[in-house]
Design a binder for this molecule. Structure first.
Ligand code: NAP
Length: 246
């Protein structure tokens, strides 16, 4: 795969899957801009190690998202790749859920993805094409107790991906989703040990995935090697959804 001189934006690049994506896209030759929200020190370290540009921007800050995209486009004259990776969980049983917390998951995961995508659409079309990769979750495919907010956000991202792909394919902008299963990051690190053990038992490969196993698929979808893949949901879950019953 070659991403030489491609201009890429990765949201939530300071930790986990996003961090690995920044590293791999940079190794493949892309000039990468990535966002973070709270992890300043981690973001600085990644910048020092990869040359990628770290930008503090919360997913819910719509006007900053638009300003950042405009300033990157002004400087680089193109934006080739957008990886909508930033995301949070805040599990609660729906019957007793606090709706402000419920809504925050939707705002960060879904609305953030929508506004970053909206901001890059015109620049990508003007520059003759691009690739948008949305990071969803198996929680958008199957029901997981406690995750109505997260599942709603990720299921909507899958639907958004397909419709946006249908709109943008003729403009040479590919839109696809990657669906990770359980991956070893801070997000799964906070899972109670017994739940982790139960989930492990449901995965065909009997292990959690590594961030690079998702990031490499993202890199493939970002590259011209995936030129005929449009509107797809690529599941990277060690066989979890193909073989398990929740
Ligand atoms: P993670 O380790 O918790 O990292 C999350 C990243 O998102 C961090 O860089 C964080 O930045 C950023 N972020 C969070 N809230 C933000 C906000 N309001 N504004 C901007 N950035 C924000 O998560 P991960 O496991 O790598 O997950 C990455 C993506 O994969 C998410 O969309 C997640 O839903 C999805 N996913 C993960 C798994 C899994 O098992 N890990 C499974 C399925 C799907 P700061 O640290 O700076 O706040």
């Amino acid at each position: 795969m070659d991403l030489k001189d491609k201009i890429a934006i990765v949201t939530g690049g300071s930790r986990g899957i996003g961090k690995k994506t920044v590293e791999i896209l940079s190794e493949l030759g892309a000039r990468v801009y990535f966002t973070y929200n709270k992890s300043n020190e981690e973001a600085d370290k990644i910048s020092d190690n990869t040359g990628a540009v770290a930008i503090r921007c919360c997913q819910t800050d719509r006007s900053s998202i638009m300003d950042i995209v405009n300033s990157i486009f002004e400087k680089e004259k193109r934006i080739d790749i957008l990886v909508n990776n930033a995301g949070i969980t805040d599990d609660q049983f729906f019957a007793i859920a606090e709706m402000d917390r419920w809504q925050e998951v939707l705002d960060v995961n879904l609305d953030g993805t929508v506004y970053w995508s909206k901001s890059v659409c015109k620049p990508m079309i003007q520059a003759g094409g691009g690739s948008i990769i949305n990071v969803a979750s198996v929680s958008g495919l199957v029901g997981i107790p406690g995750q109505t907010n997260y599942s709603t956000s990720k299921g909507a991202i899958l639907a958004f991906t397909r419709s946006l792909a249908a709109e943008l394919a003729s403009k040479k902008v590919k839109v696809n989703s990657v669906v990770p299963g359980f991956i070893e990051t801070d997000m799964t690190g906070k899972m109670p040990r017994d739940i982790k053990r139960q989930n492990l038992g449901k995965i065909a490969l009997k292990r959690f995935g590594k961030p690079e196993e998702v990031a490499k698929v993202i890199a493939f979808l970002a590259s011209d090697d995936s030129s005929y893949i449009v509107g797809q949901t690529i599941v990277v879950d060690g066989g979890l959804t193909a073989t398990a019953v929740f």
